[in-house]
Design a protein around this ligand. Sequence first.
Ligand SMILES: [Fe+2]
Length: 194
Amino acid sequence: MTREQAFNLMTQMLQSKNLQKHGLAVEAIMGALCKYLKQRHTEQTDEEFNEEEWAIVGMLHDADYELVEKDPKRHTLVTAEKLKPLGVSERIIEGIKAHHDGIKSGRENLMESSVYAADELSGLITAAALVRPDKKLASLTEESVLKRFKEKSFAAGANREQILACEKELNIPLEEFVGIALKAMQGISEELGL
Ligand SMILES: [Fe+2]
């Protein structure tokens, strides 16, 4: 599956522009995490760090969000059903399922842990940008995101435990994880409208 095919599928399946942007944000973070982790895990095979795969998992992780609104237990399964006949790799399908606790309990590789943690962090970063006077990512700093992280009532839907999978499962300190994700999202600020 090419990036363009994934993008077309996401925009076909999701009407909400905000959800489309969320897909793009997680795509960008996943690409950055793949590069970062590849350098740190030279003992692992190249197969683990196929950047296109990581990016597609990020882009499509919530693709069926609107389609399963009435039955959230099926979240990610509808996307999986759409991807199977397209010959998409099992790693991508499992990665998408892995971001949703209700479907898969536990992550099996670095890509799965990455999408699990990046999903929630992207929401927190977006919320932190939106409360700034200019509503822009450009002026948002790692420190202010970390401050927001500690404010439990701020963007309470962004699950802090899930974000902390960066430390427990990826071995990336929270500060560094926020830095990687913020930079990745700043890199596509125009697409995100932030
Ligand atoms: Fe998500």
